[in-house]
Write a protein that binds this ligand. Structure first.
Ligand code: GRF
Length: 189
């Protein structure tokens, strides 16, 4: 069975969903480890409570990205991770990991990339009065929210409040990420 590592910084609803789907067999993969740059994040608490291996680090304790990425890489190798899944990991991925996992790092972003890159993509779409937005899953490269697109889903924006839009976007994310992960794992020999 293929092994995945999830990288997350915050709330972790995508992480929780991926974990659930590996447990129920919807995703034929093993969630090997959670990596987080926020030791107090909800995703870390969840991993602790559910005995999911995790590595939670404070980036301010390292002088360079390469230093903490080397530690992460050693763990990924120990756990024989095949695929890195970014799920709200609010940090650029550096060369150390990109080189070690070419075309094996994916990210989910709540917009139709290349539109509304970066932080608060749902807010950006809302405040720009976009008629449509959506969700993108893509391979990760040196640039933020860039890289070959794996799958996208469009959503018409006809919501009364931004909260309603956010809810719909997150529902799409949870479904779409599982489809994308399945697809990418099938491509890995
Ligand atoms: C999601 O909207 C994802 O697309 C973006 O960060 C958010 C993470 O949400 N990259 P959660 O922590 O998984 O709930």
């Amino acid at each position: 069975m293929k092994k995945i590592a999830v990288f997350a910084s915050g709330y972790g609803s995508n992480f929780l969903q991926i974990n659930q789907h590996t447990q129920t067999g919807i995703l034929n993969a093993h969630l090997a480890i959670l990596i987080s740059d926020h030791p107090e994040a909800r995703c870390v608490m969840y991993a602790k409570d559910h005995h999911i291996p995790y590595f939670a680090f404070d980036p301010t304790h390292y002088s360079k990205r390469a230093h903490y990425e080397k530690e992460i890489l050693a763990l990924l190798r120990d756990y024989q991770v095949d695929l890195i899944v970014l799920a709200g990991y609010m940090r650029k991925v550096g060369r150390t990991l990109l080189k070690a996992y070419p075309k094996r790092i994916i990210n989910i972003h709540p917009s139709l990339l290349p539109l509304f890159k970066g932080k608060d993509a749902i807010k950006q779409a809302w405040h720009n009065r976009a008629n449509e937005t959506g969700v993108t899953v893509h391979y990760v490269d040196e640039e933020i929210d860039h890289g070959e697109i794996i799958i996208q889903e469009r959503l018409i924006v006809n919501h009364k409040t931004i909260e309603e839009l956010e809810k719909d976007i997150h529902q799409i994310e949870h479904r779409l990420y599982t489809i994308a992960i399945k697809h990418v794992l099938e491509e890995i020999l």
